[in-house]
Design a binder for this molecule. Sequence first.
Ligand SMILES: Cc1cc2nc3c(=O)[nH]c(=O)nc-3n(C[C@H](O)[C@H](O)[C@H](O)COP(=O)(O)O)c2cc1C
Length: 215
Amino acid sequence: MREDERSRDVSPGAARAEHAAEHADRRDLDGYELLVAVGGGIAAYKVAHVVSRLIQRGCGVTVAMTEAGTRFVTPLTFQSLTHRPVYTSTWQAVETYDPHHLSLTEKADLFLVAPATADLIGKFTAGIADDLVTTLMIGREGPALLAPAMNSRMWANPIVQENVRRLGEFGFHFVEPAEGYLACGTFGPGRMAEPETILEAVARMLRSRKPKQQS
Ligand SMILES: Cc1cc2nc3c(=O)[nH]c(=O)nc-3n(C[C@H](O)[C@H](O)[C@H](O)COP(=O)(O)O)c2cc1C
């Protein structure tokens, strides 16, 4: 054993204390509330990691999912990570009256959509509100950040590109998709940005304002 290894306390207690200290440093999102909408793409599994990391940094996270999103990752995954109900329908019964198609964004400092499918991008552009996620978007209060993910041909489609451009004009923010391996087995642009990139974009946008609950 090297001298530096021998002098370092590696007991489970010391490891726990080190871990806690490291995390205390990283609770830089305490007080912020994020609403995350999970769309129907294979990249939905990566969003679980984003949510977990945000919670570790002190952010309160509530998840809404499209019907297609629930086919890729179950609501239970997000419920377990957030310790909160996961919203999947405009018509979902809640214990007390709460029009969650509106109230969820009122509490949120930021509305993240990941993966933002071609379908959701199209509906947001057209102002369609035919499910919970699209209704939340049209009635939202506060900024929105989209992380698109789709096959390269879908991403290159001029209609999708035009929708992205128009959403930019409407004030939507984007974490641009990367080029790389796509789940359909091809390489190209359209791969959802890596979780770390999304995390940093979320953290940057959140910290640019005071948390709603402090104002
Ligand atoms: C296996 C599989 C993977 C898919 N991946 C994507 C994707 O990455 N991006 C996308 O825009 N659509 C993808 N789709 C199509 C969407 O799931 C479909 O357009 C759906 O209606 C989107 O619903 P939503 O926008 O309400 O979530 C995929 C479909 C399947 C069956």
